[in-house]
Design a protein around this ligand. Sequence first.
Ligand code: FAD
Length: 461
Amino acid sequence: MTSAEDDVGHGTTAGEARPRVVVVGGGFAGYHAVRSLARSLGERADVVLVSPTNYFLYLPLLPEVSSGVLEPRRISVSLAATLPRSVTHAQGEVDDVDLAGRRVRWMDPEGRHHTTGYDRLVLAVGSVHKLMPIPGLSRYAHGFRGIPEALYLRDHLIRQIDLAAGSDDPDERRARCTFVVVGAGYTGTEVAAQGQLFTRDLARMRGLGEDAVRWLLVTRGEVLAGLDRHLARTAERVLRERGVEVRTGETVAETTADGVRLHSGEHVPTRTIVWCVGVRPDPLIEGLGLELAEGRLVVEQDLTVPGHPEVFACGDAAAVPDAHRPGQYTAMTAQHAERQGRLAGRNVAASLGRGRRRRYRHRDLGFVVDLGGTDAAANPLHLRLAGLPAKVVARGYHLLSMPGNRLRTAADWLLDAVLPRQSTQLGLVRSASVPLDTSSPEVPHHPQMPFPPERSSGTGG
Ligand SMILES: Cc1cc2nc3c(=O)[nH]c(=O)nc-3n(C[C@H](O)[C@H](O)[C@H](O)COP(=O)(O)OP(=O)(O)OC[C@H]3O[C@@H](n4cnc5c(N)ncnc54)[C@H](O)[C@@H]3O)c2cc1C
């Protein structure tokens, strides 16, 4: 063990009564796994949650942070305030899992390594940006998966409109007022929808006129491919009616400092490229030497990893067989991740003698897509809604699903309905702090002090 490492325990050894359960990742799956573990096991087990942030991030509302509707802390729900006291939060990023020795190692935000043993391990590390070999992509585009990226985008949008308003070069003005979003899943669609309304209002306030703003949503396939067609059709109609240029069947060939070249040959001058082209499981998963499917960790229907009955995986990182679509895996959605996390917690408890083990089985209950303003699309229990009724359902659904900060979130929505949106740039997150190729979109990267700052060798313990 190096001086920068300490060992926080080994899990159960002979004579110790309390087993140790380590959950890696505090997103939808990990957060709900920990809650269900605490409920089922109480003080009967040591539950340790390792995650790089001290909050649970409610990702579906991230586009409302980048468009200035919500303050970032609204969707960052404190772990300390909402998890039972019996759960220990170890802040850090796991960089080594020793499956044979049943130990995990993580690095805390100050670069120190820690290790612990486990009796049960739950892997819930989610996903990261999916990159593609497109010239200039990682240099000129930014992703959208964490608070730092949303804050960067919010400032960046305001800055582009401010600089456009101060420029007397019409080409520069046009490029600064042009925004390109690549990928039309729920992330790209909502970022474009919310961003267009935000920049349109900013442009009007700065005297540029609403028509100065141009948004493009570029996608290889259809808008909201894979979701219910009602949602997809409604979203596409709303975007087109607002003037967003929806380019389906189109891809990006190159990105440069002054624009994007599309495969059709068109060059779009812009200073903004938001990359929302899907996700891939966290790189930690690849290094485990376990069976993967579509890059996700293969699990049985009870969420255990084949050959390792003490290891469970859930959420985006796990390839969970979909009981309602034989031969397919469950989609990477919050709805599945949350339910799988809860079940992983229950099945871990069952493996320790509390309760009965179950298989994962969940049919989609519908989806909501918030398009900003009074527009939304929703299909709760497969009832097709659009416009204001869908908006009410979408907001109600989010408030019910958030594990905390509900009143503050509702207050921000109320204020946004009656007051103009704030357009100050704070400049706290700079472009280099949110590189597209990061494997940790939740933590800003500091070029002078890279995160992780240093990695010591050896696993200690
Ligand atoms: C902008 C955006 C909008 C979305 N909107 C919707 C929506 O409207 N509806 C919907 O159903 N889905 C939506 N999704 C998808 C949904 O958020 C994901 O499917 C869901 O978050 C997956 O849950 P998870 O727990 O697997 O991963 P996450 O919620 O991403 O959590 C993973 C956690 O693991 C942590 N972690 C990663 N690596 C390590 C490591 N090495 N050590 C320790 N911790 C680690 C991360 O910091 C994070 O806390 C959206 C996603 C995004 C990005």
